[in-house]
Design a protein around this ligand. Structure first.
Ligand code: GLU
Length: 466
């Protein structure tokens, strides 16, 4: 076990976003690779916006993606007492102060600064107040006056300098007594021994404030790695306009977790020109060194391509399990029909998602088969009667129904009737599937099995019309 301790710290105010999932993945991979610890912390101090539903959604998505944590979930809402003590510590040490300025006064100050062309920052009115009026107050952290800048070396972005003139006295506790994000994140990361903070670069402006808080509280400052954000094809920040942004929406659309993981890791990280990575590969190969500095561009096409790859190469038994709910959505009972694993095997090559696979599987379960009108008119004609009869008779005598045997039988049929396979295949496909895009004829016959195949051919024979 190494001493690397990383964490993923989502705020439960919505579903797990693609960007959040990537942050979680980078943390998870590094912890696994270094045999360190991955901690899951639920940042629910904003009581009004945090919901149990979001917590559940996030935990579900983490589980689906396979990101198991070594510690947690730890809820910040269970730790208010600790934060209170830490606020008190800063107050006692004169590093924080109570600010009684009312919202109206603060608005006025902001307007005045704007009018004077200055940055709207808190002007420090209450910094040196010694009275304790019986009025609502916030607690502010006093920006240390002995330094002009804070510098840190980001593991992804390199050295970053923040001038203190950009900063003001940060609110660390609201009027209702609840602590704010920048404060609790520092207390928790420090108390949980986090030594590397990997997070989205939307937090980069918070980092200097947090470094100052670590120092004021007497904690060691961790390393930071800020991951560039994810953009849509139009180079704007990824949003719903670019497609689903919720991890679980991809599960619902029939994506496999390994496809999403493989896709997410490549949004910002690379390893030569390799594209396909299993979780084991990633744990071996991942490092922050190969995380790029520029934003990743989300490509639904590439995600679909990866999903097709994982469906094509996946274990049919596992895919069968995963397919069941998608079949049930279509009111298909997978027990009433051919062997599900055989169905899956016949569709793996041709399905981009499990939704597509379920749609492709529908004809196997149709009882009776319903013909597509165009296909029926074109291919189920009286002149097919003879060939259907021959096929029916020949197949009736076929014992094994193996691909090899079927091939053999159809060679005989074609020779006897002097027709090419194309002539037979289309009507037969309509008979067996109703006329939908489908796997090879022998494969379909094999999956359906003898009885069902014969029944479908018989149904077609009886449906022939001019
Ligand atoms: N709770 C923060 C968020 O969801 C994460 C902050 C952090 O990683 O430091 O954006």
């Amino acid at each position: 076990m190494s001493d690397l301790r990383v964490r993923f710290a989502p705020s439960p105010t919505g579903y797990l976003h693609i960007g959040g999932a990537r942050t979680a993945l980078f943390n998870y991979l590094l912890a696994k690779k270094e045999a360190g610890s991955f901690i899951l912390r639920i940042e629910d101090t904003d009581v009004a916006r945090s919901t149990q539903e979001s917590v559940d959604a996030i935990l579900n998505a983490m589980e689906w993606l396979g990101f198991s944590c070594d510690e947690g979930p730890i809820y910040q809402s269970d730790r208010f007492e600790l934060y209170k003590q830490k606020v008190q510590q800063l107050l006692d040490e004169g590093k924080a102060y109570r600010c009684y300025c009312t919202p109206e006064e603060l608005d006025e100050k902001r307007e005045k600064a704007k009018r004077e062309g200055l940055k709207p920052k808190y002007d420090g009115t209450c910094r040196h107040r010694t009275d304790h009026p019986d009025a609502p107050y916030v607690v502010r952290f006093m920006l240390p006056e002995n330094r002009e800048e804070t510098v840190f070396v980001d593991q992804i972005k390199g050295s970053i300098t923040f001038r203190h003139e950009e900063l003001d006295d940060l609110i660390i506790q609201r009027t209702d007594g609840t602590p704010t994000y920048n404060f609790v994140v520092v207390v928790d990361d420090a108390e949980m021994g986090i030594n590397l903070v990997i997070r989205g670069d939307d937090h980069i402006n918070n980092t200097p404030r947090q470094i100052l808080l670590y120092e004021a509280l007497g904690y060691p400052v961790p390393q930071f790695a800020h991951v560039p954000m994810i953009l849509g094809a139009d180079k704007k920040r990824l949003s719903k306009r670019h497609g689903a942004t919720s991890v679980m929406a991809y599960q619902e659309m029939g994506y496999l977790p390994e496809a999403l993981v493989n896709y997410l890791v490549r949004l910002g990280w690379s390893f030569g020109d390799e594209e396909i990575f299993s979780m084991e590969d990633l744990i071996e190969k991942f490092s922050l060194k190969n995380v790029g500095r520029s934003a990743g561009v989300f490509s639904p096409e590439k995600l679909l391509w990866l999903n097709s790859h994982y469906i094509k190469t996946g274990d049919p038994h596992r895919l069968a399990e995963l397919l069941i709910p998608f079949l049930q959505q279509k009111e298909i009972d997978p027990l009433k029909g051919p062997n599900l694993v055989d169905v899956v095997k016949s569709l793996q090559e041709r399905s981009g998602t499990l939704i597509e696979m379920a749609a492709g599987a529908e004809f196997y379960y149709a009882d009776p088969i319903v013909y597509q009108e165009k296909a029926r008119i074109k291919f189920l004609k009286p002149e097919q009667k003879e060939i259907f009869d021959t096929i029916y008779d020949k197949l009736s005598c076929c014992e094994l129904f193996s691909e090899e045997q079927l091939e053999h039988i159809f060679a005989e049929i074609m020779a006897a009737a002097d027709v090419k396979f194309g002539k037979i295949a289309q009507p037969l496909r309509v008979a067996l599937t109703g006329g939908v895009p489908s796997p090879g004829i022998y494969e379909i016959l094999q999956v359906l099995g003898k009885d069902e195949s014969l029944q479908r051919i018989d149904q077609a024979r009886n449906a022939l019309s001019s």
